[in-house]
Design a protein around this ligand. Structure first.
Ligand code: ZN
Ligand code: ZN
Length: 250
């Protein structure tokens, strides 16, 4: 089950509709030649600061709370003594109903502004007004961590489940970003060593604990309460946290 993290990433398959209907999508492996490693994110040995650029199609910006949530999440989990900064970058419409990963990469080449330099590691996240061209029938991918520092969120697909003006929007966006960052952190045999084996038998790079954020169907544990109560999101379990800490994260 050992695979070269530099060459492979796992696509996150989602999601629940409201709190009831469940959808599951087979995992897909994506090839990449990104030069960075999970350790560059987790530790301060090479990069003491993280700079996250969130680019977005103008009709599909991330919720403000999503940006706050993910900034705090990165500060909590990563060893970046000189800080974590997030900047927003508005993009023109894609004018596409769907986009292949090759198109997402091309867009990144054209639009990505942040670059890694000296002690600062740059991460690119793009929220798109389009759906993934590789969606399986009757299902929608919400996010793909397609490089060591690159992630796409198909915000148009999130619209299908939670509208932009609903309070639960940020909960769902936060879940997608956290799970995808889990893959970029190298969790569950994706480049970061496991302290104890908790690899799912059937779903590589996913945790065997059904309660964990890195479970292949972690979306089953999302509870969206748009009218009453608080939304509930799965978090990293003890095994995933132990791996993060052992590798130099927090
Ligand atoms: Zn996943
Ligand atoms: Zn776990």
């Amino acid at each position: 089950m050992n695979r070269n993290w530099l060459k492979s990433f796992t696509i996150l398959a989602l999601l629940t509709v409201g709190c009831k209907e469940e959808k599951v999508t087979p995992e897909t492996i994506v090839e990449t030649v990104d030069p960075y490693k999970p350790l560059d994110l987790l530790t301060s040995s090479t990069y003491t600061k993280l700079s996250v650029e969130i680019a977005y199609s103008e009709t599909n910006p991330p919720a403000t709370l999503t940006v706050d949530n993910i900034t705090q999440f990165l500060k909590d989990r990563l060893n970046k003594p000189d800080g974590v900064t997030v900047t927003l970058h508005k993009l023109p419409p894609t004018d596409s109903a769907t986009m292949k990963l090759s198109g997402v990469r091309r867009l990144e080449e054209l639009q990505r502004e942040g670059a890694t330099s000296a002690n600062t590691l740059a991460v690119w996240i793009v929220f798109l007004d389009t759906e993934y061209a590789g969606n399986p029938e009757n299902d929608r991918l919400m996010g793909i961590a397609y490089g060591a520092t690159s992630m796409v969120v198909f915000a148009k697909s999130i619209d299908f489940y939670v509208k932009a003006d609903m309070p639960a929007r940020s909960t769902l966006e936060t879940f997608v970003l956290k799970h995808e960052f889990g893959h970029m952190f190298g969790l569950v045999n994706n480049g970061t060593s496991m302290v104890t084996n908790h690899l799912s038998e059937d779903h590589e790079n996913h945790c065997s604990n059904p309660e964990c954020l890195m479970y292949f169907k972690a979306e089953d544990n999302i509870k969206l309460n748009d009218l009453v109560g608080e939304d509930v999101l799965p978090v990293f379990d003890e095994d995933c946290l132990a791996d993060l800490k052992a590798a130099g994260g927090k």
